[in-house]
Design a protein around this ligand. Structure first.
Ligand SMILES: Nc1ncnc2c1ncn2[C@@H]1O[C@H](COP(=O)(O)OS(=O)(=O)O)[C@@H](OP(=O)(O)O)[C@H]1O
Ligand SMILES: Nc1ncnc2c1ncn2[C@@H]1O[C@H](COP(=O)(O)OP(=O)(O)O)[C@@H](O)[C@H]1O
Length: 689
């Protein structure tokens, strides 16, 4: 372990540090009280405070005395708070040197305790408090008011997760978003520039425009999505990262099939800002509050329970019987207590949402012995980086007071790459973890994939299956298929309470909502067929049906819109939004606009497919036939130039390339067209036969 000695602290710096520390602890104290606390005369303190105000470390405020009269009070500025955080190591080094000198003077010997910057390893104790980046609650109030004046950055959901773990010590020893030198070193060598192990770049990505507006050395306010200030950051670094290199080094390939690489290229801003963070308040969570713990809260819990050894189980999936067996075995093997530590920040796109998962965890928690098992939620934004992620998870669990960590098959695996191959080998994560285990400070409990052996009616690691045993297993994809089709999920695989919970969130396709989206020229037959379909679906019953016909929508939702590309797109996005809400809530939406642009139809499809099926039906009546029908007399007006931008005459229509269904109306009855849609819905499992 590399432990660089910090530069020596001068007397003036020590005095300033003591003052800042005291003002952080009790910002509303009188000068007399502060002078007594830091051990200087009132006159001297007064001079010190004046200097600190001139230097921008301390600001003047107001407090109400016991007599309710307002009096002057002093507190830290964000610059002062950041300086105090930076001086901590040097202050401790000085105190340590003083102790060593005292020890030598009184005993004739050096103390023999090596000084190290890594305070956790000197403490040797997973139960003692870990440093956080928060200022005291009183200072936080002042800083928050002050930070209102600063330039603000609105954090993305992923940055909020990162910031929470930075501030509460989950990402110790990081002191903020990585500066450039640390970033480069983490990307290439999995280490901070001082040599400490850290495998994941924790970066504050911003837009070029925002970065251009920030001078180095500026303090910025970091706000959540509602505008609440959570922290300030002194911007010490600003650079344009080599994202391709980051993708290759950290995630193993510059392939956008990897969710974090996709995020890097398509969501993250072009410029990174780095610098120390001063924590003001935790991000607010309204859900499962009592289940969320900071590293220090967990350490305190373990202290209270007398848990010396704790094995952590990381998960982003509901717990089934295989997981239960694995966690039981791990706890037995390590002779440790068990912390079920699921991630509720950001996981892999398409995962079961955390609300459902936590309800599933709660449902099975009483299968575990309460005296040796606890559950806590971790607001981590996963990157699905396999081996590097496992090392990172280990460090985070060490910070949360755990001594052991379970690494199973394909830990934090991102799925297949764009060539259809796995990004990482199934046990690469275990290999890498083993290499760094000592530095991580937690012991790995490794497991092979757990499978069910029918004859034994019991789970075994895949490499310990008794000879001749019949192995049963259900993959994640198979489980999703069974849930989607409402098929049986056997008792040996999961707990009935978990299956019930999952079925509630992901009912069978025949009970989910969906959208039928007709597209075609004016007069092609969209409304007529849509009406017939609606009646047929209503006859079947079961789900509410809503028809969003082009004409009706234009009268109600989009009355101010015309027929320019921009207005047509807006119209279709509105229809898509309403249909997605209907689909989300289990209804059937039938849409029948012209929707001439393929890109807009694709965007609507993506919105809706998050919640249920999207069935695109191209009503493929030729423009000549539509013009012959000319039901509303509009084609005639369009030919005469009296209606401009008329689809098919003077405006484009992108023919759908791969619709779920294409209808020919010229030689087919309306009833038969609608029936073809019904058959399609049946074949997709959306209506039960
Ligand atoms: N310039 C122009 N181009 C196309 N259509 C026109 C135009 N002006 C008015 N109309 C009438 O408006 C109906 C089409 O509206 P939509 O909302 O379906 O169009 S779009 O999807 O926003 O392109 C369409 O109704 P349908 O015949 O039911 O398709 C027409 O009656
Ligand atoms: N197989 C068919 N399907 C739908 N409409 C048909 C069919 N055959 C003839 N039509 C006629 O074509 C016209 C279609 O008009 P409409 O449904 O309002 O089209 P759109 O909504 O696409 O503008 C109606 O007059 C309808 O009776």
């Amino acid at each position: 372990m590399i432990a660089l000695k910090p530069a020596p602290m001068t007397d003036a710096e020590e005095r300033l540090f003591r003052l800042l520390r005291q003002l952080d602890l009790v910002p509303f104290a009188s000068q007399r009280e502060t002078a007594a606390a830091v051990g200087v005369s009132l006159g001297r303190l007064n001079a010190q405070i004046k200097q600190a105000i001139t230097d921008g470390y301390v600001s003047l405020g107001e407090r109400r005395g016991a007599d309710r009269r307002s009096r002057v009070a002093y507190g830290l500025t964000h610059k002062g708070a950041a300086l105090k955080a930076r001086l901590i190591d040097r202050f401790l080094a000085r105190k340590f040197a003083e102790y060593d000198a005292l020890h030598a003077e009184l005993t004739g010997q050096a103390s023999g305790y090596p000084f190290t910057l890594n305070r956790i390893s000197t403490m040797q104790n997973n139960l003692s408090p870990i440093p956080e980046l928060y200022v005291s609650p009183d200072s936080a109030q002042r800083l928050k008011a002050e930070a209102g004046e600063l330039v603000s950055h609105d954090l993305t959901p992923r940055q909020i997760c990162d910031l929470e773990l930075l501030m509460n010590g989950g990402f110790y020893p990081l002191k903020g978003f990585l500066p450039e030198a640390d970033y480069n070193s983490v990307v290439s060598d999995m280490r901070l520039s001082d040599g400490k192990l850290w495998p994941m770049p924790i970066t504050l990505d911003v837009s070029e425009k925002f970065a251009d507006s920030i001078e180095l050395g500026t303090d910025i306010a970091l706000r959540d999505q509602e505008g609440v200030i959570l922290a300030t950051m002194t911007v010490t670094d600003k650079w344009v990262p080599n994202k391709q290199l980051e993708a290759e080094k950290v995630f193993g390939a510059d392939d956008s099939a990897h969710p974090a690489v996709n995020y890097l290229h398509n969501t993250a801003g072009a410029v990174y800002l780095g610098g120390p963070v001063t924590g003001i308040q935790q991000p607010v969570h309204y859900d499962f509050r009592s289940r969320r713990d900071t590293p220090n809260e967990l350490r305190a819990l373990f202290r209270k329970l007398g848990w010396r050894k704790v094995v952590a189980f990381q998960t982003r999936n509901p717990l089934h019987r295989a997981h239960q067996e694995l966690t039981f075995r791990a706890a037995r093997e390590a002779q440790a207590n068990l912390l079920i530590h699921p991630v509720v920040g950001m996981t892999k796109p398409g995962d079961v949402d955390h609300f459902t998962r936590v309800r599933c965890y709660e449902a099975v928690l009483d299968q575990y012995p309460a005296s040796t098992t606890s559950m806590s939620l971790l607001n981590l934004a996963m990157r699905m980086a396999g081996p590097r992620e496992a090392v990172w998870h280990g460090l985070i669990r060490a910070n949360h007071g755990c001594t052991h960590f379970i690494v199973g098959r394909d830990h934090a695996g991102p799925g297949k790459n764009s060539a259809g191959k796995d990004f990482y080998g199934p046990y690469d994560a275990q290999e890498l973890f083993k290499t760094y285990q000592d530095e991580i400070g937690v012991e790995m409990v490794d497991f092979k994939h757990m499978v069910y052996v029918q004859e034994k009616a019991q789970y075994f690691p895949a490499d310990e299956v008794p000879e001749g045993g019949t192995v049963l297993d259900i993959s994640g994809t198979e489980l999703r298929r069974r849930l989607a089709e409402g098929l049986e999920i056997p008792e040996w695989f999961s707990f009935p309470q978990v299956v019930t919970e999952l079925r509630r969130t992901r009912p069978a396709r025949s009970k989910q909502g969906f959208t039928v989206f007709f597209t075609g020229f004016s007069g092609s037959g969209k409304s007529t067929i849509a009406n017939a379909l609606m009646v047929k679906l209503m006859e079947m019953g079961g789900r509410p049906v809503t028809l969003l016909d082009g004409d009706i929508v234009r009268k109600n939702l989009s009355s101010e819109l015309g027929f320019s590309k921009e207005h047509r797109d807006l119209n279709i996005r509105r229809i898509g939004y309403v249909a997605s809400e209907i689909t989300k809530n289990g209804g059937i939406a039938i849409c029948a606009p012209i929707a001439p642009y393929a890109t807009t139809r694709r965007a609507v499809r993506e919105d809706i497919e998050q919640f249920g099926a999207f069935i695109e039906v191209h009503v493929a009546t030729s423009i000549e036939e539509c013009e012959r029908r000319d039901r509303k007399g509009l084609y005639k007006l369009a030919r005469e130039g009296k209606i401009k931008e008329f689809t098919g005459i003077s405006d484009p229509y992108d023919v759908p390339a791969n619709p779920e269904l294409r209808l020919e109306t010229e030689a087919t009855e309306v009833d038969n067209c609608a029936h073809q849609v019904i058959l399609k819905l049946e074949s997709m499992g959306l209506i039960a036969g």
